[in-house]
Design a protein around this ligand. Structure first.
Ligand SMILES: Nc1ncnc2c1ncn2[C@@H]1O[C@H](COP(=O)(O)OP(=O)(O)OP(=O)(O)O)[C@@H](O)[C@H]1O
Ligand SMILES: [Zn+2]
Length: 637
């Protein structure tokens, strides 16, 4: 009896044949991706492509079981494929593995349309959005997935049939008022955010003078204390001066004196600021006193330590119970020494490589040490409890520990949904999520229909093969929009005018009153394969049309080619009545940065997406939850 005979009997010959032949794309070979690839191979999927941009890290080994220690530094996709193959050696399985970013231009709409199904096993919103758009444009079903600690979710997305990944608004990262972060912190996280997102970039990162000014102006317009904002502007200017001192022997000391002494005294002079109830005045720290042990550690504010404990440590000794570096509670003196040492390390790096902008990375010891020391020094000045290195790493890196079991459950659920979608029968597909309810650990819901106002799946996508070196924007406007598209839009009116604007990624390339770029080729306009030219008619009558730029075959005489027929271009629905403006414009210093947040542990922002899905469903969609008789998810018919 063959290895797959049971699967064959379970699935039936028809689905089994689809399993054997349908080309499947797996995006990501991390925690979920490894489990998923192994499952796919065991079920008998035989035509798989897997792509991942990364190499294997030591920290991956505790849950990415296709990798072993000797594989460290090797490309994840290649090693995952090589290991997974052995799970089913006899069945002629073909896994094409690639190390690369799914956002690279070669991975365009034409590439993705080769697949019968795409399975995302990613860890960031940006890549998820990109793959979703490609799948919508190419009309390829997508299964999206994610885990966050004990929570996890799998959702099917099929063009025109059910909602796409973007139909559901995503949670915005938690943020804090500027003045809380910069002047009146009251919790450890405020100090960590200040250290990571304010002081670190001010000293070592890109000096964004304009952005800083704009942020403060906005905070003022939003009603934050005007006097304080003016002071913060002066403070920012003074930083520019301090930055130039960093490489000097006494650089760290000068920074310390400015930040933890002078600036705090300046804030203390603003009497009004401290009148507000609940505000605790900070204490200016004394550099020499801390080092020689004569400066007493300021007490921790009563609200933070109801039992009166003082976890900030003494000035000279150490209070740590643990001797492990990451779990040790540092004394004030140890924090200052770490500040001096990490500042020196970072300054040396900045001077040695002036062209490389330093960024906080929780796995980069120099940056983590600096953020830890600064956050703790600030916390001490404000009477806030300090944190250990491990805790700061977790909070600054937005880490939610990845749990191998959650990944395994989710990877199993992906395969079940894949079987449902293979038949292109969306009626049996479900959004499935792990809940925190022990009596019913899995919930599922019927995927919602597409949101009529979704800016991704309600658009029209048209492939356009071009030679970007020869094809001009003028040709696009005249020959594609006016000659090819217009007659299809206005079939009963030969003289109808089609006035439209053309954009790429938010920049306007042309509109009815702007033809300066018409003579330029796409290459000259910086447009290449994989990008889209988005066309919106001036009357807002039709859905947005995106022309997907693809490569014209080499040697082709024509500079471009289009599909034989114009696809159906639906009209836009009537505009919904605008929502009233939100009463409180919130602002905001975000502790979480969506773009740069990839690290060695699953990080929070995207995982918020997962957690929010469960919350959202609990609150809004209670009625939509569908559970079968066994209180379990529904498999295939
Ligand atoms: N744009 C992208 N193109 C290709 N692969 C990507 C892209 N973005 C993320 N990935 C991959 O998706 C995978 C996600 O897996 P996972 O969430 O387990 O992350 P990880 O980096 O392996 O682990 P952790 O972040 O928890 O240390 C990673 O292997 C990552 O390299
Ligand atoms: Zn959508």
């Amino acid at each position: 009896m063959g290895r797959l005979s049971h699967t064959q009997a379970l699935l039936g010959p028809e689905v089994f044949e689809l399993v054997r032949t349908t080309p499947i794309l797996v995006v990501g070979a991390g925690g979920i991706g490894c489990e998923l690839l192994k499952n796919l191979v065991l079920v008998g999927f035989s035509n798989i492509e897997i792509i991942d941009l990364d190499t294997i890290d030591l920290s991956n080994l505790n849950r990415q079981f296709l990798f072993r220690k000797p594989d460290i530094s090797k490309p994840k996709a290649l090693v995952a494929a090589a290991t997974a193959r052995h799970f089913n050696p006899s069945s002629g399985i073909n896994i094409h593995a690639r190390q690369g970013n799914v956002k690279e231009s070669v991975n365009d709409v034409e590439w993705i349309s080769k697949f019968g199904l795409v399975l995302n096993a990613l860890d960031n919103l940006d890549a998820r959005r990109h793959v979703n758009k490609l799948c919508q444009a190419a009309d390829v079903p997508l299964i999206e997935s994610g885990t966050a600690g004990y929570l996890g979710q799998v959702s099917p997305h099929v063009h025109n049939k059910v909602e796409c990944f973007e139909c559901v608004p995503k949670a915005t990262p938690k943020s804090f008022p500027v003045c809380t972060i910069r002047s009146t912190p009251s919790e450890p996280i405020h100090c960590i955010v200040w250290s990571k997102s304010y002081l670190f970039p001010k000293l070592f990162g890109e000096d964004d003078e304009e952005g800083d000014e704009a942020e403060l102006d906005k905070a003022k317009a939003d009603g934050e204390n005007a006097e304080e904002i003016e002071e913060l502007k002066k403070e920012a200017a003074a930083f520019r001066e301090v930055r130039t001192l960093l490489g000097k022997e006494d650089g760290p000391e000068r920074v310390f004196r400015k930040v933890f002494h002078d600036d705090i005294n300046r804030l203390l002079a603003m009497e009004d600021m401290w009148k507000k109830e609940g505000r605790v005045k900070p204490v200016a720290l004394d550099y020499d006193g801390i080092l020689d042990g004569t400066f007493p550690t300021p007490p921790t504010r009563a609200s933070a330590q109801p039992n009166g404990a003082t976890p900030n440590g003494s000035a000279n000794g150490t209070t740590s119970k643990s001797t492990l570096k990451d779990q040790k509670e540092l004394s004030l003196k140890e924090n200052l020494e770490l500040f001096i040492d990490s500042s020196r390390r970072l300054s040396a790096r900045a001077i040695a490589h002036p062209d490389i902008v330093l960024e906080f990375d929780k796995d980069d010891d120099d940056t983590l040490d600096f953020v830890l020391a600064v956050a703790n020094l600030r916390a001490t000045a404000y009477g806030i409890p300090t944190k250990t290195r491990f805790q700061v790493k977790e909070m600054a890196g937005n880490i939610i520990p990845a749990i191998a079991t959650t990944n395994a459950v989710i990877a199993g659920l992906i395969v079940m949904q894949a079987l449902a979608l293979l038949k292109r029968d969306v009626r049996t597909a479900r959004t499935v999520f792990i809940t925190t309810n022990v009596d019913k650990p899995l919930g599922n819901s019927v995927p919602a229909p597409p949101d009529e106002n979704c800016a991704v799946c309600r658009d029209v996508y048209i492939p356009l093969h071009v030679d970007v070196e020869r094809f001009t924007l003028g040709t696009f406007v005249e020959e594609v929009l006016q000659s090819w598209l217009r007659p299809a839009l206005f079939p009963d009116d030969e003289d109808a005018e089609f006035e439209a604007s053309v954009q790429e990624g938010g920049r306007i390339l042309a509109d009815p009153d702007f033809d300066d770029n018409h003579g330029k080729t796409l290459a000259e306009l910086g447009i290449k394969r994989g990008q889209m030219l988005s066309v919106t008619d001036e009357d807002d009558k039709f859905r947005r049309i995106n022309f997907c730029i693809l490569q014209q075959p080499e040697g082709a005489e024509a500079a471009f080619s289009l599909p034989a027929e114009v696809p159906e271009i639906p009209e836009r629905p009537a505009k919904p009545t605008p929502e009233p403006p939100s009463p409180e414009p919130e602002i905001i210093e975000a502790p979480i940065d969506f773009g740069k947040n990839r690290g060695t542990k699953r990080s929070a922002p995207d995982d918020d997406v997962v957690a929010t899905e469960e919350k959202k469903r609990k609150v809004e969609n209670q009625s939509e939850i569908v559970v079968d008789d066994d209180d379990d998810i529904i498999l295939v018919e």
